[in-house]
Design a protein around this ligand. Structure first.
Ligand SMILES: [Zn+2]
Length: 393
């Protein structure tokens, strides 16, 4: 699905270079050019891209104080094949309280830049995943009857695209392989569920482990639109580790992943194995598409395109349980239910921090999550790495 875009690619590159020249941009990496690898937006609808829809366009900007040197976090520009890489090194952050502002915020897009949204079709062409994701090549997702999940996901993505384009959004339809450090104003991974039982139903959304304000706002906007648009129930509590740890979110580990600053969610639209859900997913797909599109548009309208800090996910150091162990609870409160009592030295991946508590993923086999009190854990110098999905959701 990749060939037709070369003219546009050249144009986009030229525009990007021009924009850099004009803006004297000091943070080229942060506003990296559009994806250059396998995927370009299908040209089927050349479209009135730079639409008249002013509210969605980037606001004019004061040249922002770019803190200092180029981001130390720049992703490799080219795929590194082979090797299940160790996580891309971040500078050690011995202090878990270190503010993310130590990292230069991304520079805003030049004024008038139309918003760009990536719609990733879950499992599409998964056999073409690069070496670093070879384990997911056979992960073809759910199916019902003769319909694969990728076919359903593609159908919905193709319906969302024109709804966004009608509001001046540039849309990339992306397969399972995400262009390296994919940089956009929103990234939506589109998936559908399957279950053995047939009774499971409903939709759910998740952000990456470490969630920027922007990703959270994107999730909330799509959640607010999707339920009413589709009439489908929410699969409350159904969010899995495989969703939070979605490979395309994992910019630390994978070259073929979103940029660190791309707001992102994964959408599980409903269960292909549920007759009730199929009534909407298969029978009324435009409602599904409308739910996603309205949510994305609401997010784009309400965000402040000049707020680069909102795009930065929080950073934490790796933790271990203290000498007395730690209690993992369901909520950041001493009276919340105990999930597990953790042994001293248990390795913890923190992804949120609130009121003296960390929300953590417990390394090791059990894939537990919960909250631990700060005074029960010890900061380590170990390089943080994201817990990875064991399968493609
Ligand atoms: Zn899937």
């Amino acid at each position: 699905m990749s060939t037709p875009g070369s003219a546009r690619r050249v144009a986009a590159s030229a525009l990007f270079v021009l924009a850099l020249l004009l803006s004297g941009c000091a943070a080229a990496q942060a506003s990296a050019p559009a994806p250059t690898s396998t995927v370009e937006p299908p040209v089927s609808a050349p479209a009135q891209l730079v639409g008249s829809d002013a509210p969605l366009l980037a606001a004019p900007l004061a040249p922002q104080a770019v803190t200092s040197a180029p981001p130390a976090l720049a992703q490799p520009a080219t795929p590194t094949s082979g090797a299940v890489s160790s996580p891309t090194a971040l500078p050690p952050t011995p202090d878990p309280l270190a503010s993310p502002t130590a990292i230069p915020t991304p520079s805003p897009r030049p004024a008038g830049t139309p918003p760009r949204v990536g719609l990733q079709v879950g499992h599409l062409n998964s056999q073409d995943l690069p070496e670093e994701l070879a384990r997911l090549r056979t992960s073809t997702g759910a199916r019902w009857g003769g319909v694969t999940e990728a076919e359903l996901n593609l159908d919905i993505a193709n319906r969302v695209k024109p709804l966004l384009e009608a509001h001046g959004v540039v849309v990339d339809i992306l397969p399972a392989t995400v262009p390296p450090a994919y940089d956009a104003d929103a990234f939506i991974a589109i998936h559908a569920d399957g279950s053995q039982s047939g009774a499971a139903r409903g939709w759910k959304l998740a952000t990456p482990w470490r969630t920027s304000q922007a990703s959270r706002a994107l999730l909330e906007a799509v959640a607010a639109a999707y339920g009413p648009a589709t009439g489908l129930p929410q699969d409350t509590g159904g969010v899995t580790v495989n969703m939070r740890g979605y490979y395309a979110f994992n910019y630390r580990r994978h070259t073929h992943a979103i940029a660190r600053t791309t707001p992102a969610i994964i959408v599980e639209m409903g269960f292909m194995t549920s007759a009730a859900d199929r009534g909407v997913l298969f029978g009324q797909p435009d409602r599904v598409a409308r739910g996603i599109a309205e949510g994305v548009l609401a997010y784009l309208r309400q965000r402040d395109p000049n707020n680069g800090a909102a795009l930065l996910p929080p950073e934490f150091s790796t933790l271990v349980a203290g000498p007395g162990g730690a209690t993992l609870r369901t909520a950041p409160r001493d009276d919340a239910r105990t999930v597990a009592n953790l042994d001293p030295e248990a390795r913890l991946f923190p992804f949120e921090r609130r009121d003296g508590w960390y929300q953590v993923f417990v390394r090791g086999g059990a894939r537990l999550q919960g909250w631990v009190r700060e005074d029960q854990v010890v900061v380590t110098n170990e390089q943080p790495s994201f817990p990875t999905a064991s399968a493609n959701p």
